[in-house]
Design a protein around this ligand. Structure first.
Ligand code: RIB
Length: 290
């Protein structure tokens, strides 16, 4: 099977800071590194490194070839990435000493992915493949609708969170990823808790407390524990978790095992500085000692 990811591609400018700047503050960074990023690209790399066939559907600007080359190098199929006459997306990321971040996003080409490109890509998918989307691109609902009609499984990571974006895509979802704050925000917006959204599988990530899985086939939620690590940089850890869960399911693992592997991958990821370029591969995840 395969994973089709309609996802963002960003240049991540990661600034190492003594603390996260507050409103009106001017603060010098202690360091700057550039990584391949974007929630979409991070998930594609995670799922590919976990062993899946991953097709990325997205867009870059004329100066974004380096990002496509890196995705290819990391094992992602890049044939469905368009080059548009718009700047490649980028993110300004501040990371503090506790590994927490603050992100300013410039969407650029990520919000102008051509509709026919998505159609062409999905015409090559097979029933049972997984389509994953996040909230950093255009074409989310159209893609989910098309994917559902083709018999694909539709997964959505509700980040960056917008209640209205989730509400619109909800009817087409088989699997929804939320963090704890997003789950609360969604409950405020819809009046429904995570287990009552009408989505077959909902995963709520709980940071250092692990993750919880609600499924329509059981009244009992199941949980996976987080692993004890000292965080260096939490950026991209959620994307790594999502990519690993999807890859596990794509490769036929039951949900608890897919989530267990994903928790290990995310734990390893928070001990690393950077985004897509430093996502661990399956061997590293399996061999890691916590
Ligand atoms: O989740 C982390 C990602 O969010 C970064 O890679 C950044 O590009 C933004 O999309």
């Amino acid at each position: 099977m395969a994973i089709w990811n309609l996802g963002s591609i960003n240049a991540d400018m990661v600034y190492t800071m003594s603390h996260l700047p507050v409103a009106g503050e001017t603060l010098a960074a202690n360091g700057l590194d550039q990584f391949l990023g974007g929630k979409g690209a991070n998930m594609s790399v995670a799922a590919a490194r976990a062993g899946s066939v991953v097709h990325h559907i997205g867009a870059i600007g004329p100066e974004g070839d380096w990002a496509v080359e890196r995705l290819m190098e990391y094992g992602v199929d890049t044939r469905h990435i368009a080059t548009l006459d718009l700047p490649t997306g980028h993110a300004i990321i501040a990371v503090d000493q506790a590994g927490e971040n603050q992100i300013i996003l410039f969407p650029g080409a990520n919000r102008s992915i051509p509709a026919d490109q998505v159609g062409q890509a999905l015409s090559m998918a097979h029933a049972g493949d997984i389509v994953v989307l996040q909230n950093e691109t255009n074409m989310q609902v159209e893609t989910a609708k098309m994917a559902q009609a083709l018999g694909l499984k539709v997964a959505y990571a509700a980040a960056p969170f917008e209640a209205e974006a989730v509400r619109l895509i909800l009817p087409y979802l088989d699997l929804l990823f939320l963090n704890e704050v997003e789950a609360k925000q969604l409950q405020q917006a819809t009046g429904k808790s995570a287990d009552a959204l009408g989505v077959a599988d909902v995963i709520v990530t709980l940071g250092a407390k692990g993750a919880r899985h609600y499924t329509s086939t059981s009244d009992e939620a199941s949980e996976v524990a987080a692993l004890p690590v000292t965080p260096i940089d939490t950026t991209g850890a959620g994307d790594t978790f999502t990519g690993y869960v999807l890859s596990g399911l794509d490769r036929g693992l039951p949900m608890p095992q897919a989530m267990g592997l994903a928790a290990r991958a995310a734990a390893l990821m928070v001990t690393r500085h950077g985004t897509a370029d430093v996502i661990p591969d399956l061997k590293e995840v399996q061999n890691a000692h916590f």
